[in-house]
Design a protein around this ligand. Structure first.
Ligand code: E4P
Length: 218
């Protein structure tokens, strides 16, 4: 399973890239705002900066919500860098925009997916990725992981070619569940990825190895 880092923070992207554990980055307008990136020129430059740090796909989201606006923005974003994947919301004009962009060879990530039906429409339109939001479903007492399983099964059964990019991933358990269910990618902040490293037997085992070494070697 691939890991994408879900942030627009360049330091965190550098840290994860240096660790050698990420396969791409996802951003959204909220994550860009969190980093204080404003104004069209700065926003576009920030996407290029991310592409220059990380190997792999970088999702950049359109702001327009009408068809013409989305395809115009999508083409501008895609022209920035070959690693850019245009992120489009799963609304009616978004589906049309995905169809258009994919016909032009521009890769897309259909975002804000909360049902298997939305994922079906995005995939039929030619989306490279669909992004079901796990944590936000959990937040309203629905099982976000169940949705990941449904979408993985549907896309595999019908051999539709779209990759499942599990989004709104907030814990190491979410990541493990994504692996069990066969998600292609999980995108999450750095913390839950690093939390996968933690185990008390690793810590105690390492301490014992080093204690035994130092008993003899000083
Ligand atoms: C990524 O593509 C999504 O925008 C992101 O994972 C949403 O995460 P959140 O629900 O924690 O904001």
């Amino acid at each position: 399973m691939k890991f994408f880092l879900d942030t627009a923070n360049l330091d965190q992207i550098r840290e994860a890239q240096d660790l050698g554990i990420i396969d791409g980055v996802t951003t959204n307008p909220s994550l860009m705002a969190k980093e204080g990136i404003k104004g069209q020129a700065n926003i576009l430059k920030h996407y290029v900066d991310i592409c220059n740090i990380v190997d792999g796909d970088v999702s950049a989201e359109v702001i327009a919500t009408d068809y013409e606006g989305m395809i115009k923005e999508g083409e501008i974003l895609a022209a920035l860098h070959p690693q850019i994947v245009v992120k489009v919301p799963v609304i009616k004009d978004g589906i049309k925009a995905i169809k258009y962009l994919s016909s032009k060879g521009i890769r897309t990530n259909c975002t804000l997916i909360f049902t298997v039906g939305q994922a079906l429409l995005a995939s039929k339109a030619g989306a490279t990725y669909v992004s079901p939001f796990v944590g936000r479903l959990d937040d309203i007492s629905q099982d976000g992981m169940e949705l990941i399983g449904q979408i993985v099964d549907m896309l595999n059964y019908y051999e539709m070619g779209t990759q499942v990019l599990a989004a709104s991933i907030r814990s190491p358990l979410h990541i493990i569940k994504c692996i069990e269910l066969g998600a292609d990618v999980a995108t999450c902040p750095l913390e839950p990825i690093l939390a996968l490293l933690k185990h008390p037997l690793t810590d105690s085992g390492l301490k014992k190895f080093l204690d035994d070494y130092h008993k003899l070697n000083g």
